[in-house]
Design a protein around this ligand. Structure first.
Ligand SMILES: Nc1ncnc2c1ncn2[C@@H]1O[C@H](COP(=O)(O)OP(=O)(O)O)[C@@H](O)[C@H]1O
Ligand SMILES: CC(=O)OP(=O)(O)O
Ligand SMILES: [Mg+2]
Length: 394
């Protein structure tokens, strides 16, 4: 059964096509720096590889481009889009509609109700889902919601100390995100180290960033809360922030609440601090040239990762492995070095030479390090493909 998985990240679009249940990958592709003047588009279908630069304004245009590539008469792997028997989405937030669901009107309505809670994620997903439902009504769309992996977190680690009835009446609680990626890292580390009882701290650092404490493949704690704006700072979103700054800002800035929320979700994070870019590559380049705000952005980011890392070493009572994944985790040697430095008290020791030349799955710790340090490229799409197969086979 051919399953297309669409991963609409806050800064990118990625897709993979699988023949399931064999898990044979037929094609993959992606678009980087979506919404910016030049997006880099890559496609890999069998032995055909292509890279082009063009402007892709939004995720709906990205999904259309993916279907064009897959059905291209010369290089495509499908005769027509009808060969696709399900489209799986790494969908982000729909409150109590967590887990794996066929996309239907109630789910879309809930995602739309929560647009301003997940402004970088829910609008592109809902738009792409509606567009595909209209274009291909015969193909079931499956939403694998990111929050489900964190259902196992204890109430002590997912309850805000706000009026208790808010949780029951309005579902105000820590939900957690990046479930597909953290689930993949938990499963893959068990395969790589040949043990099912591992304690892993998964650091997904990309357009959005979160840490997750995983024990035996099960989520124990995660840094994002009610929304994907919380926890670590994000590309252009704020991360943890004191809500009592709001009355000060309302009085002094002359802005309305929606305008301030827009600042927190579009002009904060790496972009807001550095003033340079939401993209780690640009911020690192600026910092290397002596830009002090870019340097501060990197230092705030590293410090907040270390705070959660320390916290999760306590939650798990030590870890077998710390894993870096996502666009930053897989590519930024500086960030990995900064996060891991000076942690010998916890038996964490990075081999800097290995850290400088990373390719694929690799262990970066010294032989004496009690806690192993790994880079493992994430594969959120295979997790969603498995879940989509289960949903349409029911
Ligand atoms: N070579 C690189 N060095 C440092 N950071 C990188 C590099 N390549 C990508 N990144 C960072 O990774 C981010 C993309 O992460 P990714 O996990 O792929 O995206 P998304 O969060 O959109 O799903 C970019 O916005 C950029 O900050
Ligand atoms: C929350 C989430 O899935 O984020 P992103 O893909 O932007 O990293
Ligand atoms: Mg992502």
């Amino acid at each position: 059964m051919i399953i297309l998985v669409a991963n609409l990240g806050s800064t990118s679009f990625k897709y993979r096509v699988y023949d399931m249940p064999a898990e044979r990958q037929l094609a993959r592709g992606g678009i980087d720096r979506i919404g910016q003047a030049e997006s880099r588009c890559t496609v890999e279908i069998g032995s055909h590889k292509e890279e082009i630069s063009r402007s892709i304004p939004d995720h709906a245009a990205a999904v259309q481009m993916c279907l064009d590539q897959l059905t291209d008469p010369q290089h495509g792997c499908l005769k027509s889009a009808d060969e696709v028997k399900a489209i799986g989405f790494k969908a982000v937030f729909a409150g109590h509609y967590s887990g794996i669901r066929i996309v239907d009107e109630p789910l879309l309505a809930e995602m739309e109700r929560l647009f301003d809670v997940a402004p970088a994620h829910n609008p592109p997903y809902a738009k792409a889902m509606r567009q595909l439902r209209a274009a291909f009504p015969q193909i079931p769309l499956v939403a694998a919601l990111e929050t489900a992996f964190h259902d196992t977190i204890s109430p002590a680690l997912r309850t805000y100390a706000a009026p208790y009835e808010w949780k029951e009446k309005y579902a105000i609680q820590k939900w957690g995100f990046h479930g597909a990626s953290h689930r993949y890292i938990g499963t893959r580390m068990a395969e790589l180290l040949g043990r099912n009882d591992l304690k892993v701290i998964s650091c997904h650092l990309g357009g959005s960033n979160s840490l997750c404490a995983i024990k035996g493949g099960v989520s124990q704690a995660t840094s994002m809360g009610l929304s994907p704006q919380t926890g670590l700072l994000q590309n252009n979103r704020v991360g943890d922030f004191d809500p009592f700054a709001l009355p000060i800002l309302l009085k002094l800035s002359g802005k309305t609440l929606p305008q301030i929320l827009e600042d927190l979700s579009e002009r904060s994070g790496l972009l807001g601090l550095s003033g340079v870019s939401p993209d780690m590559r640009d911020v690192e380049e600026a910092a290397a040239k002596g830009n002090e705000r870019a340097e501060l952005a990197l230092n705030v980011f590293a410090a907040s990762i270390r705070q959660y890392l320390g916290s999760y070493l306590v939650v798990l009572n030590g870890a077998d492995a710390i894993v870096f994944t996502g666009g930053i985790g897989e590519n930024s040697s500086r960030m990995r070095r900064q996060v891991c430095e000076n942690l010998d008290f916890a038996g964490i020791e990075l081999d800097e030479a290995k850290n400088q030349s990373v390719k694929g799955e690799v262990c970066l710790s010294t032989p004496g390090s009690r806690t192993q340090i790994w880079v493992v490229p994430t594969n959120e799409e295979i997790v969603v493909a498995r879940q989509s197969l289960a949903a349409v086979s029911k």
